[in-house]
Every structure is written in C-alpha cells, then in structure tokens.
Design a binder for this molecule. Structure first.
Ligand SMILES: *Cc1c(COP(=O)(O)O)cnc(C)c1O
Length: 302
C-alpha cells in the first residue's frame, strides 16, 4: 500500500459515522411543565474527536487531503476542545499540526494542551493582543513565513465546510421534536442546525459573556431565516467560567440521568433549557431535543 492510499483509507475510517442514541431526560421539573426533553448523545460519536468537533472537521480534513496539504494550522485557547480534537485527528491521519495558542505558556500544561503535545501538535503561543489579529492577512502571512504551507482552520473550527458538516449532522436528527437546543461558542454548529432543520425552532445558548454579537456571526452563514434565536443570559460569568449554582445543577443532572456534563458548553445549555422550562417558555406538550456536543475532556474534576 502506498502512503497516500493508507492516508486515504485512514481518513475514510475516521469519517465513518458511528450513530449515537437519543435518550429521554427525566426530571420532576420537566414532568411538571408538561414537556418532553430528549438528548442526542453526540458526545459518544468518537472517543477523541467528539461531538460537534467531529462534524466541523469532517469536510475540512477531506479538503486538506484533497489539496495535498501536509500540515494543519489552527487557533484556540488553552482549554479548547477544538485544539484537542484537531490534534487527535491530525495525528491519526498523519498531518503535521500547528496550534496557535492564546496567551502565555503555563507549566505544567493542562490536560488539553498536554494531550495536544502528545499528539505532536506544535504549540505556538501568542499574546492576547496578537491573538486578536489572527484573522488578518498580515498575521497569516507571517505564519506562512514561519511555518511554510498549511491548511488553515479558523478558531473553533468554524468555516463554510464546518457549517456544511453541522448541516449534515442536523439532517441525522429526524423529525420527532419541536425545538432543538445547543450550546454556542462561535455559532458554526448553530448555523448548521438552522440550515439543516428549516421547520424546527432552533435555540442556541451563548457560553460567552456579551454573546449578542453571535447573532450577526450566525446570520453570515444562514442568511435571512427567522426560526432561530440565541439566548445570552446563561453564560454563568463568561467562557469556561462556572458558579456554584451551575455546578450544583450539573451534579444533580448527572445523578438523575447518569449522563456526564461539563461546565463549559452542554452544562450551561442544559441549565438554560431547564430555566426556560420553568419559566413556561416552551409550549406545553412539545418535545425539546437538546444536543450533547461532547468535549468531556474539558470536564472539571472535583
Ligand atoms: C466547540 C463546542 C461548542 C460550540 O460550537 P460552535 O460551533 O463554536 O458554536 C459546543 N459544545 C462543545 C462541547 C464544544 O466543544
């Protein structure tokens, strides 16, 4: 077997989708409100490239291979699930991989970054000020001078091909629900849901403080559509921040449903869904499909 044949074979192995279950969430709050809550366990789709990151990388990996790129380059913070997933995918598929990491190196490396390093991701730290300019042609030019040719994947993995992957994910969800809910970081996943499920009410929960700008970012990918909304009150202090209330919610949910949640994404989204249920936001008798988008590598262990 030639190298290229093997690489192609590995890609098709990795991109063979393992269907994940949809499970019912039980809770007195849910019963009392007269709604049904389901959860799509997309966290189970791949052990390392999990949840929405698998779908967002899918067509980017194909494209990188088609363009005969040897190196992937991407961006993220020190706790980024996207950095973790990209490092694992690159290692599995034989790409070199460069991670542009926001902020200074902190030793010892946390789980995310030490895993990325083990997968032979080349970690390159830039100041927060520089990081803010990461999408400018000047900055990207400098990276090309420094690292040579690469296939660039933006922060959080969100680009057109990522939205295409998320749209395909949306189309695996069937039709037995009225609302679909997911956590929002960059909005790429939400955009795919909006495009793939035109007849469902689609609700994103911003995990960032001041997440109002996300509406505009999502509009870039979906155009003029109105069956969706972003909730901005469930960030619990901001990205990767947590509170006692959130931790208690997660613990209780895990005990009741035996499903692990983390505090960065799915935990916040579920806390938001429960709050809206209690406020009577969802129509009685309706079914709410929540998405477990994975990323349990970032789970805080107490
Ligand atoms: C990255 C991530 C998200 C956010 O996805 P976006 O497409 O950036 O909005 C949601 N959940 C998990 C677990 C993630 O890792």
């Amino acid at each position: 077997m030639t190298y290229f044949y093997r690489a192609r074979q590995k890609l098709s192995d990795m991109l063979r989708y393992t269907p994940t279950p949809i499970v019912e969430i039980t809770d007195p709050i849910v019963e009392k409100a007269g709604v049904r809550v389901l959860m799509k366990r997309e966290d189970l789709n791949h052990p390392l490239v999990s949840g929405n990151k698998w779908w967002k990388l899918k067509y980017n990996l194909e494209e990188a291979q088609q363009q005969n790129k040897k190196t992937l380059l991407t961006f993220g913070g020190a706790y980024s699930n996207h950095i973790y997933a990209t490092a694992a995918a690159a290692s599995e598929l034989g790409f070199n991989c460069i991670g542009i990491i926001r902020g200074e190196e902190t030793l010892p490396l946390n789980n995310t970054l030490s895993f990325a390093k083990q997968q032979r991701m080349n970690l390159h730290y830039v100041s927060r000020e520089q990081y803010r300019t990461k999408a400018t042609p000047e900055f990207i030019n400098r990276l090309q001078q420094q690292f040579g040719d690469f296939y660039l994947i933006p922060e959080g993995g969100t680009n057109k091909l990522a939205v295409t992957g998320a749209t395909e994910f949306a189309q695996t969800l069937g039709h037995d629900f009225d609302y679909v809910c997911c956590a929002v970081g960059t909005g790429g996943t939400l955009a795919g849901l909006i495009n793939g499920l035109p007849s469902k009410k689609t609700i994103g929960f911003s995990v960032l403080k001041n997440g109002e700008f996300l509406k505009h970012d999502v509009e870039r990918w979906v155009g003029e559509k109105h069956h969706w909304q972003i909730m901005t009150d469930y960030h619990f202090g901001g990205y990767a921040k947590t509170t006692r209330v959130l931790e208690q919610f997660i613990q209780q949910f895990e005990e009741r449903n035996n499903i692990p949640l983390e505090h960065v994404y799915t935990g916040k989204m579920m806390a938001g869904v429960y709050d809206l249920i209690q406020k009577g936001y969802f129509q009685k008798g309706s079914t709410i499909l929540t998405l477990h988008t994975g990323g349990l590598q970032g789970k805080r262990l107490f």
